[in-house]
Structures are given as structure tokens and as C-alpha cells.
Design a protein around this ligand. Structure first.
Ligand code: GLU
Length: 303
């Protein structure tokens, strides 16, 4: 059922949809990418991999990395539940509105505000947050060469006024402890991590495998926590298009403004797709439609 040929056919069948949407430019460096890239990789929990297109080209995974930060913060045993909710927001990724209503507690950890609180926890608890983050991502992906894209990180640091506003607003409610510059540095580096779809699919594999890293045979998370993170991805991973993604695709997943999407079919596989042009809700336009055609073809929605 899984094969490169099927991926190629499904991609070709997308027709004009392959070129729908626009590349994000609010982080200037993201606008420099060739919009015509497309790559997809699927890795089964038994270790088989299938790829099509630009599966070995690294790109900025942006918010997909929020899942890595959340997994690490769960590992810290932090009392996150009191500081970040688990409810879908129905709003955009960088919205300030709900924070006022909820007294500085973000609706969920997949929003920028929620991820900034998760980053705050990591900055407070880890000795070298950036190094430990890379160590974690290299371990789960099996790729020791993964790193930050310094140009993307600096580009976001120079222009991330909204995220700075979110941090300071949450600080006014007592929900942020780290100094602004240190927190922004960590958050922007997190978002700047560069990976290929092959590396991304591998790195999400433990979430399809009850928290066990198939590469090492060791747990990255307890099975209950892996299940909960999948639940958060399902309900919150696509901002105000989370319902649409569940409806069309039917897999827990997370998108990023670099045009990447990583998703898992628990007990089966993880899949990553990359196409830089985004729809009006900031999720990869062709990526989302490709995944819809994949789960329709494979009759593979978790529902
Ligand atoms: N670094 C991006 C930001 O904070 C992440 C947003 C996303 O990928 O959805 O704006």
C-alpha cells in the first residue's frame, strides 16, 4: 500500500492545487525559499520508509518544533497544565485576544503563546536549552547533522514584535519567568530548526509508537503522555483549521509556517510533507490537500 509511486500519483493528481497559496514572508528569511519544493516521507513503526520529491532537502520546520518543546517539557515533569490549557483556540497562531480573557493562560501549547510558556519552562529547568533541544531532535530523528538555521532565527528575532508582546503580556499575569531576550532567543532557534521530510517523519515516529523511539527501543515518553500529545495535535495542531484538518485528513499532526506538516497514525506510521505555499489559515496549502488525498486513498483516517 505504501510506495513512492502512489505518492507521485497522488501529488500529480492535485493538479492546480499544487500551486495554491503563498509563501510566508512576515519572517523575511522564510520568503527566500523556492515555493515549488514538494517532499513527502512516510516511516512505519517497523522501520520501513517511503519518500517522494524533495524529501532530503532541509527546510525551516517552524511551529512543527513546538511538539518537540512540549515533549521535552513533559519530560521535565513541569506542572504545565496550570499554565497552558489543552483546548482548541479557533483563532490564529499569534493571536493576543484570548490571553486577555483567560488571564494570561494560553488556550493550548500549539499556539505561539502556549509554546512561549513551554519554552519558558525549558529555559528555567534546563542548563543549556538550545544544546539539549538539538540533542533531543538528533536522537529522535537519528540525524546528528540537524541544526538551527541561524539566518531564519536572526530574521525572526529582528521582526518578532508580536511574540514579544505575547511574552510581556503573559508576564503581566505572572505566567513568564525568563528574561525577554533569553526567551525569544530560545523560541526563535526552536522555530528555525531545519529538517527534511525524511528526518521529520522519523522524528515523529515515537508518537506513533506509544512513546517508544523505534531507533533506540527506549521510551521518550510514557504511553499516556504520547497519547495526550497526539490528542493535543489532533485538536490544536492547525490553529483555526484544526477541525478542517481532522475532517479532511483525520490524523493528529502539526503544521508550521515553513510549509511543513508532520502527522502520525498511532500504531502504524508517521508522515511528513513539505510544500512552502500556505493557505489563508497559515497551513501548507498543497501539503494539507496531499495528506487528504493520501488518507482518502489509503482509507486511513483514524476516524
Ligand atoms: N516562528 C513562527 C512564529 O512565531 C511560528 C509560527 C508557525 O509556524 O505557525 O510566528
Amino acid at each position: 500500500m505504501y510506495s513512492t509511486e502512489i505518492f507521485e500519483q497522488l501529488y500529480t493528481k492535485l493538479g492546480k492545487a499544487r500551486f495554491g497559496g503563498k509563501v510566508a514572508t512576515y519572517i523575511p528569511e522564510l520568503g527566500c525559499v523556492d515555493p515549488n519544493h514538494f517532499g513527502v516521507s512516510l516511516t512505519t513503526i517497523k522501520g520501513e520508509s517511503f519518500h517522494y520529491g524533495d524529501h532530503d532537502v532541509r527546510f525551516s520546520i517552524q511551529s512543527v518544533a513546538k511538539v518537540f518543546a512540549l515533549v521535552m517539557a513533559e519530560g521535565c515533569g513541569a506542572e504545565l497544565r496550570k499554565r497552558v490549557g489543552v483546548e482548541p483556540s479557533g483563532g490564529s497562531f499569534n493571536s493576543l485576544i484570548q490571553l486577555e480573557l483567560h488571564k494570561g493562560i494560553p488556550r493550548n501549547p500549539m499556539l505561539n503563546a502556549g509554546a512561549l510558556v513551554v519554552c519558558d519552562v525549558l529555559c528555567q529547568q534546563l542548563n543549556s536549552p538550545k544544546e539539549e533541544l538539538l540533542e533531543f531532535v538528533r536522537r529522535i530523528s537519528g540525524s546528528p547533522a540537524i541544526g538551527f538555521n541561524e539566518r531564519v532565527a536572526q530574521s525572526e528575532l529582528k521582526t518578532g514584535f508580536r511574540n514579544e508582546a505575547l511574552v510581556q503580556f503573559m508576564r503581566s499575569f505572572g505566567n513568564i519567568n525568563t528574561k525577554l531576550a533569553e526567551l525569544m532567543d530560545f523560541y526563535c532557534h526552536l522555530c528555525s530548526i531545519e529538517m527534511s521530510t525524511a528526518e521529520l517523519a522519523q522524528s515523529f515516529n515515537f508518537l506513533a509508537n506509544r512513546g517508544i523511539n523505534p531507533l533506540t527501543g527506549k521510551p521518550e515518553l510514557k504511553p499516556t503522555t504520547a497519547r495526550r500529545i497526539n490528542a493535543i495535535m489532533q485538536t490544536c495542531g492547525f490553529y483555526d483549521e484544526a477541525g478542517e484538518f481532522a475532517f479532511r485528513v483525520g490524523l493528529p499532526g502539526k503544521s508550521g509556517v515553513g510549509g511543513g506538516i508532520a502527522a502520525v497514525h498511532p500504531g502504524e506510521y508517521s508522515i511528513a510533507v513539505w510544500s512552502p505555499r500556505l493557505g489563508d489559515k497559515w497551513n501548507s496549502y498543497a501539503g494539507m490537500r496531499f495528506l487528504e488525498s493520501w488518507t482518502s486513498y489509503a482509507e486511513d483516517s483514524i476516524f
